[in-house]
Design a protein. Structure first.
Lengths: 557, 159
């Protein structure tokens, strides 16, 4: 496993953190005066001028950061993990709560089959070993949104272990410079979600809504194989895509269906690992990388100034752009794990070990699930590259944008144009317009059919490419019109009449004898000038390649 | 002692707590000698670190975790007796025997199909609550504040 180095490079007054693979060295690292204050309200990260530190005279002060992640994904199911109440995002408070979820005495947990299947599917997609026997435990802690005082989880023997997740990071300025990395998956376990607590500050009271209490969660633990915020964000993104492709979780960070906690430490390469801190409540993809990079910087700064890192829990304040300690704990939290006495071990089977005559509803066959796994994002990208000859980075963009792949495939279905042309139009022009106006694919005013028709016109050479762009802009503004309508309205069709075109060329050539002379002398730019003149004369309705061909023919005759 | 009574409540609490700890530590030490003798009679594999004494630190730790109040020396003594009672299990030779996880371990775990069959009983559930605000449970005061999370012992909380 290559330990990636963090290099400090200073561009003017701004610090740039670059994750580079071994190799290139930038300027010397110098200490910075980052003043991150612990109390709220005070100044955020202040930039101070460079201070050269004595240590840097000895040589490059290299730091390696180590980042591990704990990801909680809400399982996409109708009912909760251990009870039959509904799983739904927005509902009146405490309306989706059963007696078990409210932890009333006399209630018992009953395991939801769909949640087990979701865990097995996810484990298989992440190359894990599925444990045929897994156990449930109780994790005790007191908090108002945990009515039972404990959470049922799988600490001793989780359902899946030892997997891997492959993801891509960019390693240079060019989009084509991407490298594939792998992060090991320590385990995947089933556990319960807690309720929601709403803090009513003015009346200093806390309101509890148990709608979310008991919803099934998949906890995916990633080993500390990552070394910066970008890698962590890419890994999380890839996991999101996989979960969405499998249908096991909608993995929408904004709706709280995917939550990430990061464990971060820094050390000098070759020395033992440093003390780690846990950064919790990373609920947005954007802030994930920011928070991790900030924490790495902060730890390096503390250590370089002779201080120690406390093993603590911090949270990220996105407005200030820094991490704050969450609570001062004396020592580690003791969860007093014990086996869940109300649940026998969870036994899974494969085709070989399936007990004969067993009720199919009561047994889960791992092989059966493996055969029916949906196509994973990695496979989809491979197919796109092979089928349409697109570059790897294009396949990534197509999958990363919600709904873009479907849009692309719909256009391909209805058009005769070459796939490369479609790719270029969808990724450059279409996506460009979306980003400019900050729209999602499903909010686009241009439908796949409209774009397909436009590309057909282009393919038939009925219009030039510049005219096509004009038509696209028009399509974007005015709804309801088809490309053909716009073309005829704005008279953007290419001249099809060969004779008329020849006459125009002839006229232009006669009108500019000097340029013709230049052309004869072999000046390459002269012909472009003539082409330009002809195009102007035809009001840009002629195809430049055809013009060129005619001019060259006339010249040689 | 009289000076304690006239001091402000926060200081009083602090002092009381310190007194408690000292008393426990002393009493526990006294009890230790008789303890050790009794225990030695039972186990041959006595762990030198487990001397039967439950330190004041452990009591505070347990109070914090389990929200119980070991208000008296009797309670601590009872705890130590309970631990000693359970320790008698060590007399059994379990070499080469697989530990049992639960009495249900060879039962079948029932798998429920993913249908919505419960819920929609907010009114019933909220009937049990001490305080309710617009269909939300109200958490006991101080429960979600930094003070709760930093709690040192049950006496600090005013529930």
């Amino acid at each position: 496993m290559a330990a990636l180095m963090l290099r400090w490079s200073c561009l003017g007054k701004r610090w740039v953190l670059a994750c580079i693979d071994g190799g290139s060295r930038h300027g010397r690292g110098a200490a910075i005066g980052l003043t991150s204050r612990r109390k709220r309200g005070q100044s955020s990260v202040a930039q101070q001028p460079l201070i050269a530190v004595q240590k840097s005279r000895k040589g490059e002060h290299e730091w390696a950061a180590v980042v591990g992640l704990e990801i909680h994904a809400q399982i996409s199911s109708n009912s909760k993990l251990f009870s039959g109440s509904q799983v739904h995002f927005a509902a009146p408070p405490n309306s989706l709560v059963s007696f078990f979820d409210a932890s009333l005495p006399g209630t018992l947990p009953v395991l939801n089959r769909r949640c087990v299947e979701a865990a097995v599917m996810t484990g298989l997609a992440l190359n894990c070993r599925i444990n045929k026997k897994s156990l449930f435990d109780r994790k005790h802690y007191f908090y108002a949104d945990l009515p039972a005082g404990y959470q049922i989880t799988q600490q001793r023997l989780p359902i899946a272990v030892n997997g891997s997740l492959a993801y891509s990071v960019s390693v240079g300025k060019k989009p084509s410079q991407v490298s594939t990395r792998t992060v090991r998956i320590k385990q995947i376990q089933l556990e319960q979600d807690s309720g929601k607590s709403l803090h009513d500050e003015p009346r200093s009271q806390t309101l509890i809504d148990l709608n979310r209490a008991g919803v099934g969660l998949l906890e995916v633990v990633l080993e500390p194989d990552m070394s910066c915020g970008e890698e962590a964000a890419s890994a999380v993104r890839e996991l999101q895509l996989i979960l969405q492709a499998l249908g096991t979780s909608q993995a929408n960070m904004a709706e709280g269906q995917l939550r990430v906690d990061a464990n971060i430490s820094v050390h000098h390469p070759g020395e033992p690992l440093g003390v780690r801190t846990e950064v919790k409540n990373l609920n947005s993809a954007r802030f994930l990388a920011k928070a991790i990079d900030f924490e790495i910087k902060r730890q390096i700064h503390e250590l370089e100034n002779g201080r120690k890192i406390l093993n603590e829990t911090r949270s990220f304040d996105d407005k200030l752009g820094c991490t704050m300690p969450m609570r001062d704990k004396e020592g580690k939290q003791d969860y007093r794990f014990m086996p869940e006495p109300n649940l026998p071990p969870l036994l899974l089977y494969d085709t070989a070990s399936l007990p004969p005559g067993a009720d199919p509803q009561q047994v889960i066959n791992i092989d059966w699930i493996r055969e029916r796994l949906p196509e994973l994002p990695g496979k989809t990208r491979e197919k796109l590259i092979q089928q349409y000859g697109m570059l790897p980075e294009h396949s990534f963009t197509l999958l990363n944008e919600v709904g873009l792949l479907e849009f692309f495939q719909n256009v391909i279905k209805e058009t005769r144009a070459e796939p490369k042309k479609v790719t270029s139009w969808v990724l450059n022009i279409f996506l460009g317009f979306l980003k400019q106006q900050n729209l999602a694919v499903n909010e686009s005013p241009v439908t796949p059919s409209a774009l397909a028709e436009l590309l057909n016109l282009l393919d038939r050479k009925a219009i030039s490419s510049s005219a096509a762009r004009q038509v696209f802009e028009e399509l974007w503004q005015s709804k309801g019109k088809t490309p053909s309508q716009i073309v005829s309205e704005k008279k953007l069709e290419l001249m099809q009449d060969q004779e008329a075109l020849e006459r125009v060329c002839h006229t232009v050539m006669e009108g500019h004898p000097q340029v013709v002379m230049d052309m004869k002398r072999g000046n390459p730019r002269a012909i472009n000038k003539l082409i330009g003149l002809v195009r102007k004369a035809t009001l840009s309705r002629a195809d430049p390649t055809v013009i060129k061909e005619i001019l060259e023919r006339k010249l040689s005759s | 002692m009289s000076s304690l009574l006239s001091a402000p409540s926060a200081l009083r609490e602090d002092a009381l707590r310190r007194l408690k700890r000292e008393m426990w530590a002393r009493a526990v030490k006294l009890g230790l000698r008789s303890w050790v003798g009794w225990r030695r009679g039972f186990t041959s594999k006595a762990d030198p670190q487990r001397s039967g004494r439950v330190t004041a630190e452990v009591i505070e730790h347990l109070e914090r975790l389990a929200l119980v109040d070991f208000g008296s020396l009797e309670a601590v003594a009872r705890l130590e007796k309970a631990i000693a009672f359970a320790d008698r299990l060590r007399a059994v030779d379990t070499d080469g025997v697989e530990p049992m996880e639960s009495v249900l371990e060879d039962r079948c775990l029932y798998l429920r199909s993913d249908n919505v069959v419960e819920g929609n009983c907010a009114e019933e559930l909220l009937q049990n609550a001490h305080r309710v605000v617009e269909e939300y449970f109200v958490a006991p005061p101080g429960m979600c504040s930094p003070k709760w999370l930093n709690r040192l012992s049950l006496s600090e909380l005013r529930i």
